[in-house]
Design a protein around this ligand. Structure first.
Ligand SMILES: [Fe+2]
Length: 331
């Protein structure tokens, strides 16, 4: 198999051609090349592919354990027998009337997927099945380049910060993102804390890792100061030129790095249908790029160790302990 890699855009992203993914998905040598292309170029497109559900999940699973990301409690059809494929669609099954999948046709703001999880997806694969003509654009934004373009004073100011990513249903839809009122501050104090500057493990470069909501809280900061900082960072991000636009057309497979890239999409008319298969692979717990590192305590006395590393240590909150072997423990 001779594959060709060409630039998708001057910013980043590549097209891989000369590949029949239905076969190549089971070729370890190809998967190694695919990972190398993604590590370097962040996004990969393979056009004119005819692949089975099993092949899409096989390719994506090379990057990490697959995640069931289908909307809970819905009646959508998705793909029976393939629970790790979420169908994204605004169409219904013509025979039963059931929704083909989750989602709708609304435009979406810049975001990275599933940041309220402890281990967010590292890689996401889309396989386009149907799309309007012209196909609505999916856009990608290189958050490594966005970080690099920040003023040096800002980089220093945000170096060790952490942010609480809170739950906000349908937060990526443009109308909700712009107009829905904030949740009460006590609700915004619950979620998942991630470093604001995380490390891109394949390249060791810093990524600006933003919560979708500008009203998120910076750990240890006031609500007002948090908002001012996230407005500043999001304004800088939204103005960034380090973006590409990829209209997803039927039989396109696009895989991207969900740590390094944010994504958004255009909406399309109610009368038009678009259906996409979507698979996500679990990545790593976001690693702080510039977090504070405790000194090495090996060789120190207990007292010296305590003095050296205490500021960096965490403490389990006090709980009432039950002695092992007591009647309660024996149950
Ligand atoms: Fe998304």
């Amino acid at each position: 198999m001779t594959i060709t890699i060409t630039s998708l855009d001057a910013e980043f992203g590549v097209d891989i051609t000369g590949v029949d993914l239905e076969k190549a998905a089971y070729d370890h040598g190809f998967l190694v090349q695919l990972r190398a292309a993604l590590d370097e170029h962040r996004a990969v497109r393979l056009r004119d592919q005819r692949i089975s559900p099993k092949t899409l999940t096989t390719v994506t699973e090379y990057f990490g354990p697959l995640l069931d990301i289908r909307r809970a409690g819905g009646n959508a059809l998705h793909i029976p027998g393939h629970p790790m494929i979420k169908v994204i669609s605004n169409e219904n099954d013509p025979e039963t009337g059931r929704a083909l999948g989750d989602g709708n046709n609304s435009a979406q703001v810049w975001h990275t997927d599933s940041t309220t999880w402890e281990v967010p997806p590292s890689h996401i694969a889309f396989y386009c099945r149907r799309a309007p003509t012209p196909a609505p654009a999916t856009r990608f934004l290189d958050m490594i380049k966005v970080y690099a373009s920040l003023p040096e004073a800002t980089k220093e100011r945000i170096r060790t910060l952490r942010v609480m990513h809170h739950m906000f249903p349908r937060q990526i839809e443009v109308d909700i993102a712009r107009n829905a009122p904030s949740r009460p501050v006590e609700d915004r104090r619950v979620g998942r804390i991630h470093p604001l500057v995380r490390r891109h493990l394949p390249t060791n470069l810093p990524i600006l890792y933003l919560p979708v909501r500008r009203d998120s809280l910076v750990v240890g900061w006031t609500e007002k100061d948090s908002r001012a900082l996230l407005d500043e960072l999001w304004d800088h991000t939204e103005a960034s030129p380090h973006r590409i636009s990829v209209p997803l057309e039927p039989d396109d497979v696009v895989i991207w790095d969900n740590a390094a890239l944010a994504h958004s999409r255009d909406g399309w008319p109610d009368s038009e249908g678009r259906t996409m298969w979507h698979v996500s692979a679990e990545g790593e717990v976001p690693t702080p790029r510039y977090g504070e590192r405790a000194p090495n305590p090996i060789g120190l006395s207990r007292e010296e160790e305590r003095a050296a590393i205490a500021p960096f240590m965490q403490t389990i909150p006090a709980v009432e302990s039950t002695p092992v072997g007591s009647a309660a423990a024996a149950g």
